[in-house]
Design a protein around this ligand. Structure first.
Ligand SMILES: [Zn+2]
Length: 420
């Protein structure tokens, strides 16, 4: 028997959320790391245009796409004096799995067994997916097996749209001014950097871009990239005696000296790491590219210092070689900024409670648009969407949890209306 919804609001929202997800995922909005303009791909604009026409139909008269592909719209307040809040979701999908030709499937009233998808032999095995095994009785949305689903983050887009449609149809419910924003290029870490926050004009915002029902995130990694460039001396191997200095061999030695316990595969929860994600080398020159992550800024600096020390020590053993370590900040832990505005996360927790969830604060071992937006002055924690196994052909979402997420957005409006 299908599980009951988390509330009457969720039950009312459920058909609309599911219908929207099934429509939006069919538009290929994969972003492209070869980013030269915003948005990085035209498919994102296609979905943006659909969203604008739907927002206009709901009565949000200022709905529009700006020059960089961001969709914004205003749902006017029904109470006076409350702060303006933003509801955000990203329209792009990950470049890490096929994103074109998505054909979603709904497995009604999930029985707890293996879900075998029609293409590529893709299977969703609850033995390996504890979150799925807990969804007996849910309606599970999957791919056909050979693409991602794009619930990351079209579940969030569908939930924001359904919540706004519900609020627009219920002017008797107290709500603050709500600014809706659909952003491009989250998956490649670009969109939030160029979002026009002055034009958006919100006091705080929430991304709907998380996973398991009841979770919210006010903490992410602090992230840096660190590239080690080694220059050797390239000589024809036949004439190399005493002359050749092989940069790639030096790179190998640096890699061998990096601590294996400081890698993504050997760390969990609040532990940081140095992740070597590519190595290019010839005899004359080699580059080791890494990302460095930690929840604590001082520990992040220690990891970077360790990488630099190892590289310099190894290369110092060969006076004719030289090394440069190039470090760039990527995104900060949003916690630093959200701690200054505790009422923003408190409102999220209150909205979750009103929808029947005991809020779980989950630090994410990654970043979200909210990391960048919070650092840029718009405090933005992240709420769950009900989607799982993101960036893979096994991606799935629970229709009931998506309805709950939309209901949490409706509750959030109520919580902020009381702060008038
Ligand atoms: Zn996402």
């Amino acid at each position: 028997m299908t599980v009951p919804h988390s509330s009457e609001i969720a039950a009312a929202l459920a058909p609309d959320v599911l219908d929207r997800l099934l429509r939006y995922v069919r538009i290929d909005t994969q972003s492209d790391r070869a980013y030269t303009q915003s948005p990085s791909t035209p498919g994102q604009l296609e979905l943006a245009r659909v969203l604008v026409s739907e927002l206009l139909a709901l009565g949000l008269a200022d709905a529009a796409i700006d020059a960089l592909g961001f969709v914004t719209a205003t749902l006017p307040a029904t109470v006076e004096g409350a702060p303006v809040i933003g509801l955000l979701a990203h329209v792009d999908t990950s470049p890490d799995a096929p994103g074109a030709g998505v054909e979603p499937l709904v497995h009604a009233d999930y029985d707890g067994g293996v879900i075998a998808l029609p293409r590529n032999g893709t299977r969703l095995d609850p033995q390996r997916m504890p979150e799925l095994s807990a969804k007996v009785g849910h309606d599970i949305v999957t791919t056909s097996g050979d693409t991602l689903l794009g619930a990351d983050d079209k579940a969030g887009v569908a939930e924001v749209m359904a919540a706004v449609a519900y609020l627009a149809a219920h002017p008797e419910l107290p709500r603050p001014t709500i600014r809706v924003g659909f952003t491009p290029d989250e998956e490649i870490g670009e969109g939030a950097k160029v979002f026009d926050l002055d034009a958006f004009g919100a006091d705080c915002a929430y991304t709907l871009d998380g996973s398991e029902a009841g979770e919210f995130t006010d903490e992410t990694f602090t992230a840096a990239s660190a590239n080690v460039r080694i220059r050797g001396v390239d000589v024809h191997p036949g004439f190399a005696t005493g002359k050749l200095v092989n940069a790639t061999r030096l790179a190998g030695e640096i890699l061998a000296r990096l601590p294996p316990e400081l890698t993504p595969e050997a760390t969990a929860e609040r532990e940081g790491f140095i992740h070597v994600y590519s190595v290019d080398g010839s005899a004359g020159a080699a580059t080791i590219r890494t990302i460095v992550r930690d929840f604590d800024d001082d520990r992040l600096a220690e990891h970077v210092a360790l990488l630099r020390r190892v590289a310099e020590e190894v290369v110092a053993s060969e006076p004719r070689a030289d090394v440069e370590v190039e470090v760039a900040a990527q995104y900060p832990n949003m916690r630093t900024f959200l701690d200054e505005r505790p009422e923003v996360s408190a409102a999220a927790e209150e909205a979750l409670r009103r929808e029947g969830f005991e809020p779980r604060r989950v630090p994410i071992r990654g970043g979200t648009d909210g990391s960048i937006l919070s650092a840029r002055g718009l405090p933005t924690p992240n709420l769950f969407t009900g989607g799982h196994e993101f960036h893979s052909v096994r991606e799935w979402a629970s229709a009931q949890d998506m309805a709950s997420a939309a209901a949490v957005a409706v509750r959030l409006a109520g919580v902020w209306a009381e702060r008038a």
